[in-house]
Structures are given as C-alpha cells and as structure tokens.
Ligand binder design. Structure first.
Ligand code: FES
Ligand code: FES
Length: 200
C-alpha cells in the first residue's frame, strides 16, 4: 500500500518537472527565433556601402572606393595584391596580419579600412629601403627567426614596433610584448634573439 502511494507521488513529481520544462522552453521559443532572424539579417543582408578612402600605403598615395565592411587585411591582400601580410586566424588571435598604422602596430584583420582615411600604413613590403633589408629583417635571417615563414611578416612588423616602443629591456619583456604573435613552428628563440640584437 505504501509502495503504491510512493510510486504515485514519484510519477506526479516527474510529470510536474517535465511539464514545467516544456512550458519554459515554449516561452523562450519566440525570443530565440527573433534573435536568430536578427543574426541572419545582420550577417547576410547588411547593406553594402561603397565609400571613398584616401590613404598612404608604403609611401604611395591611394584613392580608393571600398566596401565599408572591408578589413584592412582584405583591402591589402584582395584589392591591392599586397600579400606579404598574412591571414592566419582572421579573429585577432595569431598576429600574422600585423601591420603599422601611423607607426603603431595593429591587427589588420580587426581594423576596418573605413577607419583609416589619411592614415599611413606600412606593411612588410614597405619595410626595406630599396634593396637594403630593414635591420630587423636582416636579424631574422641571421638568427633563424623563422621556419615555414607564415607568421614571419607579422612577427617582423611586431618586432620593429616592440623595439620602437622600448619593450626590450629583458628577454621576459620581449616575450611579453611579442606574445600576440603566435608561431606554429616554435621559432621563438630565434625571434627573441633577433629582436635583442636589433635593440642593442
Ligand atoms: Fe589577424 Fe590572426 S589573422 S590576428
Ligand atoms: Fe612557421 Fe612561424 S615560422 S608559423
């Protein structure tokens, strides 16, 4: 008798929990559908807007008409064929796309080109002086600061900025201020030694 009574109680509790969960889920469906539709609209139907853009890249003046959604990385690689700047993650996590804007290092994959009117951009293609490599490029060669080379243009642009910022007082400081640049090949010792030699 007691068992039957307990079993009925258990069934009722389960039923109540299931029914509550179902009602809660139903209550959230309209909001979920609304949020999903909003995301689809933002992703696929944001209106394309062509804007004029004047800027200097590697000492050369450009007057462009560009999609306001274009990143600096895509502008360089896809529109101007400056492919020395690499696309690694495209999410601001690897540093392969590092360039300088007005002398400061930026991640070009996270920089909208529309924010750069009248700015001065330097990429790896603009670092050497004619046939003379930049001292940092020479140092990377001398200290084996690369293996496959995919991260190297970003490493060098960051390394130049690191020296200019005066962040080279110790190995630890160099590592800290180069930590935004990932090297899958693990050429970190060569990179650090190259930076130390230029900082001297
Ligand atoms: Fe820009 Fe990775 S491609 S940080
Ligand atoms: Fe290969 Fe850095 S040299 S990823």
């Amino acid at each position: 008798m007691n068992n039957q009574h307990d079993s009925t109680k258990t069934y009722s509790r389960r039923f109540f929990i299931k029914a509550s969960s179902a009602f809660t889920a139903l209550a959230f469906i309209p909001q979920t559908v609304k949020a999903f539709c909003h995301d689809v609209k933002e992703t696929f139907f944001v209106k394309k807007e062509i804007i004029p853009l004047s800027l200097k890249i590697n000492g050369k003046d450009y007057a462009l008409n560009t999609d306001s959604r274009t990143t600096l990385l895509d502008l360089l690689r896809e529109n101007l064929n400056l492919t020395g700047t690499k696309k690694g993650c495209d999410h601001g996590q690897c540093g392969a796309c590092t360039v300088h804007v007005d002398g400061k290092r930026v991640l070009s994959c996270l920089t909208l080109s529309a924010t750069l009117p009248n700015k001065e951009v330097t990429t790896i293609e603009g670092l050497a002086n004619g046939d003379n490599l930049h001292p940092m490029q020479e140092a990377f060669l001398e200290h084996d600061g690369y293996q496959c080379g995919y991260c190297t243009s970003g490493q060098i642009m960051s390394a130049v900025a690191c020296v200019n910022e005066g962040r080279t007082t110790s190995t630890e400081e160099i590592k800290e201020f180069m930590s935004g640049n990932i090297c899958r090949c693990g050429a970190y010792n060569g990179i650090t030694n190259a930076i130390k030699s230029v900082a001297k």
